[in-house]
Design a protein around this ligand. Structure first.
Ligand SMILES: [Zn+2]
Length: 112
């Protein structure tokens, strides 16, 4: 998938661990996800734990929305609940253009 930004840059969504892409979960859904993870951890048998882990992954896929940031201009593109791309323009030029670069321990050393 490619997103054409209004600045002329192209956001490419191929591969994994993309520093320009995020999976967003609403705060409304956050506690449900944490509860589901807790239940998976607390399952006594490995068969039940496997089923609980599949439920967590399914819940995460259902609750997350995708978002991308243009590294050139900082514009955000976020899917709404209907998976329709919404565009958000930064309020000033000084906006961080690497919002989704990940935690320091997960970053590619060449991208820091
Ligand atoms: Zn752009």
């Amino acid at each position: 998938m490619k997103i054409g930004c209004t600045c002329g840059a192209t956001i490419t969504d191929t591969g994994e661990r993309l520093p320009t892409k995020a999976h967003v979960i609403s705060d409304v859904d956050w506690l449900s996800l944490l509860d589901s993870i807790d239940e998976a951890i607390e399952e006594p048998s490995s068969a039940d734990k496997d089923a609980a882990c599949r439920r967590v992954r399914g819940l995460m896929r259902r609750l997350t929305r995708l978002a991308w940031q243009c590294a050139a201009c900082g514009v955000l593109f976020v899917d709404n609940a209907e998976a329709e791309l919404q565009r958000f323009v930064p309020g000033d030029e000084g906006v961080d253009r690497r919002l989704f670069r990940g935690a320091p321990s997960n970053q590619d050393p060449t991208q820091r």
